[in-house]
Design a protein around this ligand. Structure first.
Ligand SMILES: [Zn+2]
Length: 400
């Protein structure tokens, strides 16, 4: 087993910088450190600042590190260095790396500064290799935790950074993830008639209408939950395959105890299968809503407030088979292929037809986004070694 002193040392430097996405205070310093580290390893560095699209004077330096071997084939690696706020009650200092019993604690230690440490560690080793057949480009991005518009989306969509395949390191090492769920968010506005609570016969309570409608939506929810993906669910799931999900997530109505509310707003979240076409899912939802409101004596309106497609990378692609083989070579065992229940940055690559898979050091139970986040040093090593193995494959093993 080779040493991971370099990766731990780099991770420790990165964790010490407060890069919370909301304030972005440490972005420049952290980007500078990643860039300096890359230059020391004779790698090419470019900064793509999302501020150029945001135009608000707040810098959002995405660091692009390239190992150029003169190939016509490029593998993209993606990891982000922004973090969510630490919150209260940590046993360990959140912005200092503490090593204890094979674990490294700190905010971002797993999500996702570990990905940058593993990738740079691997690229540094590969830089000495003269027989590489592919180029490797690390996209160390910002703003991932707040949607990635001026992070990886800016890099891929606005700046046109592209490659033949992408590996997202913002993920766990228990599965090879080939997809993520799509999302439909929406708002239902139920119309009643506002009135004095002492004279209910003169009013029409919109909360009553909303409750009826919510109860109608139980059958929609059951139908959605019967949908099953070809991809397996992540570890700790109650189901074997990724499934459809629907939840009422917000209800808003009422002004005071003595006023019968005239409107009630209900919001929902629908999660699609990775392979589910979003237009079809939207039609199903609208059809159900129309028939449910017809059965009710209330008027109601549906508005889709946001939607994103999921994505599914075909398990038959050469690249997916190569990644699978390199995982087996590194870990000594094959991993099941699975889909994520949430969304992830893989979307931005899939949107541009770049085949994308996710495998990284964020293991289940590492408390990412929670207090006392940590990464297993073993996972840091494995991901680094896996990238080294993947970097040595031939161009025909990456290109589809
Ligand atoms: Zn992340």
């Amino acid at each position: 087993m080779s040493s991971i002193d370099y990766e731990i040392d780099l991770l420790s430097k990165l964790v010490e910088v407060d890069t919370v996405s909301a304030t972005k205070e440490g972005y420049d310093l952290c980007a500078f450190m990643v860039a300096e580290e890359a230059k020391k390893a004779s790698l090419k560095v470019e900064i793509l600042d999302g501020e150029k699209a945001a135009r608000d004077g707040v810098s959002r330096p995405n660091v692009i590190v390239t190992l150029d071997s003169g190939s016509d084939t490029t593998l993209l690696l993606e990891s982000h260095f922004d973090v969510v706020p630490p919150g209260e009650g940590w046993k360990y200092p959140p912005f200092k790396l503490t090593i204890e019993n094979g674990k490294a604690y700190g905010r971002g230690a797993a999500d996702n500064k570990s990905g940058i440490a593993a990738a740079l560690g691997a690229m540094r080793q590969l830089a000495d290799n003269e027989d590489l057949d592919i180029n490797i480009k690390l996209l160390a991005s910002v703003d991932e935790e707040i949607g990635g518009t001026y992070g990886i989306n800016y890099v891929v969509s606005d700046c046109g950074v592209s490659g033949d395949a992408a590996l997202v390191l913002d993920s766990g090492p228990e599965r090879l993830f080939l997809g993520a769920s799509g999302i439909i968010w929406g708002k239902i506005l139920v119309q009643g008639k506002q009135g004095h609570a002492g004279y209910p016969f003169k009013a029409k309570n919109a909360i009553e209408g909303a409750l009826q409608l919510i109860s109608e939506f139980k059958s929609y929810r059951h139908a959605v939950e019967k949908k099953s993906s070809i991809l397996r669910a992540p570890p700790d799931s109650p189901r074997d395959r990724v499934w459809g999900r629907f939840n009422i997530t917000m209800i808003k109505a009422g002004e005071a105890e003595n006023i019968i509310p005239g409107t009630c707003e209900v919001r929902f979240d629908r999660r699609l299968l990775p392979e589910e076409p979003i237009a079809k899912a939207e039609r199903e939802l609208i059809t159900f809503f129309d028939s449910a409101t017809k059965r009710s004596r209330y008027r109601a309106r549906l508005e889709i407030t946001n939607k994103f497609s999921g994505y599914l990378t075909s398990p038959d692609l050469v690249f997916v088979r190569t990644v699978s083989r390199m995982i087996k070579k590194t870990l000594g065992t094959s991993l099941p292929m699975a889909g994520e229940l949430g969304g992830n940055d893989g979307n931005f690559f899939a949107k541009h037809n770049i085949p994308v898979v996710c495998f990284g050091p964020i293991r289940t139970g590492t408390r990412y986004h929670g207090k006392d986040e940590f990464v297993h040093l073993e996972d840091l090593r494995n991901v680094r070694d896996f990238i080294v193995n993947l970097g040595k494959v031939g161009r025909d093993e990456v290109k589809s």
